[in-house]
Write a protein that binds this ligand. Structure first.
Ligand code: FES
Length: 151
């Protein structure tokens, strides 16, 4: 199904076209893993909103990806609570073990890494999301075991 058709199927759930913009962007991103210029134009067309409005919202929120990413997105928190409990060691481990730099993607396209400021799990630090899966209480051993589960 084309992006425009799928988005139009959601329109009746929202009071107006602008209200459907966030889910429409999510739908478009789900198709290719990121929001290309073509995807933004498809959203603009489907909602009949200016391209600048669509791009402005897409670039404002960190959950929307502006470039191609790996098959799985690791969002690792390194803010204070997570830092105290060893998040920086985990960043080093991802570099050493997977060649994965913050903001980068593994050579095999398996993972991309984004450093987060806080994912609201300070009481279970350090924590990360892999795609939409939440993983708290990370250790070096645990993070390797978790990532083995993602092809
Ligand atoms: S500081 Fe890491 S989840 Fe809040």
């Amino acid at each position: 199904m084309k992006i425009q058709e799928e988005i139009k199927g959601y329109l009746e759930r929202y009071p107006d076209r602008r209200g459907a913009l966030l889910p429409a962007l999510y739908i478009a991103q789900r198709k290719a893993g990121w929001l290309s210029q073509e995807a933004l134009e498809a959203v603009s067309e489907a909602l009949d909103l200016p391209k600048a409005t669509v791009r402005g919202v897409a670039t404002f929120y960190a959950m929307y990806r502006q470039r191609p990413m790996g098959r799985h997105l690791i969002q690792l928190c390194t803010n204070v609570a997570c830092m105290i409990f060893g998040a920086e060691r985990l960043v080093d481990l991802l570099k050493e073990r997977y060649g994965l730099e913050p903001g980068g993607t593994t050579d095999d396209g398996r993972f991309s890494l984004v450093i987060m400021e806080c994912i609201g799990a300070c009481d279970r630090a350090p924590a990360m999301l892999v795609d939409t899966d939440f993983h708290p209480g990370l250790t070096e051993e645990k993070i390797e075991s978790i990532l083995e589960g993602y092809e």
